[in-house]
Ligand binder design. Structure first.
Ligand SMILES: CC(C)(COP(=O)(O)OP(=O)(O)OC[C@H]1O[C@@H](n2cnc3c(N)ncnc32)[C@H](O)[C@@H]1OP(=O)(O)O)[C@@H](O)C(=O)NCCC(=O)NCCS
Length: 164
């Protein structure tokens, strides 16, 4: 059984290619809550993300990011586009398994999901200007910075066209 607490090579999480998104339900709620997060500078705890998902449940849902049946993170997806854009927020990978490609793989999985559903042609997000790893990950998946957020000058707006 894979442990998210081990960082050694022998206990590394499976390959990022295996990442899948599964909605958080009564079955995997406890697994989601157990995801370890000490630094909540850019995104809150699992409980914060789940609470936000509950408040916005009319058009959004929290998904678990799974690597070979093990939950490694969460993301809040807007499922009904607003003003012509899909959006996602609150993406995080558990502290113990960051920097193994799961974040980038999760962004790709989100784009694939949106492409299949195709209720909009563009995905938008906002990212703190100092969040260099997230920005790198979004750029690797095709997002580009289009300007500063109107909501907070510390954030960039990034856009990705759903092609193919
Ligand atoms: C941002 C986040 C989702 C990225 O997920 P991740 O699985 O750790 O990142 P990846 O392994 O996919 O790597 C993404 C890029 O960041 C770099 N990176 C990630 N962690 C790094 C670290 N600790 N040191 C150096 N580089 C790092 C990777 O090298 C990669 O860049 P590259 O493609 O140029 O090599 C994750 O770090 C996280 O949960 N951060 C806290 C919450 C957050 O900021 N969410 C984003 C909100 S907009």
């Amino acid at each position: 059984m894979l442990s998210l607490r081990k960082k050694s090579k022998q206990h590394q999480a499976p390959s990022a290619a295996a990442v899948a998104l599964k909605p958080i339900t009564i079955e995997n709620f406890n697994d989601a809550m157990a995801l370890e997060r000490k630094n909540t500078r850019f995104v809150g705890s699992a409980a914060d993300v789940l609470a936000e998902g509950y408040v916005f449940r009319e058009d959004s849902a929290v998904y678990g990011i799974y690597a070979a049946e093990t939950i490694v993170g969460l993301v809040l997806l807007l499922e009904e586009p607003r003003r012509g854009y899909y959006e996602f927020t609150n993406l995080f990978i558990a502290d113990t398994v960051q920097h193994r490609g799961f974040g980038t793989a999760a962004v790709r999985a989100v784009l694939e999901k949106y492409k299949k559903e195709r209720k909009a042609d563009t995905v938008k997000l906002q990212v703190h200007k100092l969040n260099k790893y997230a920005i790198r990950s979004y750029e690797a998946c095709g997002f580009t910075i289009t300007g500063q957020s109107k909501w907070d000058e510390n954030f960039w707006v990034m856009i990705c066209a759903l092609t193919g």
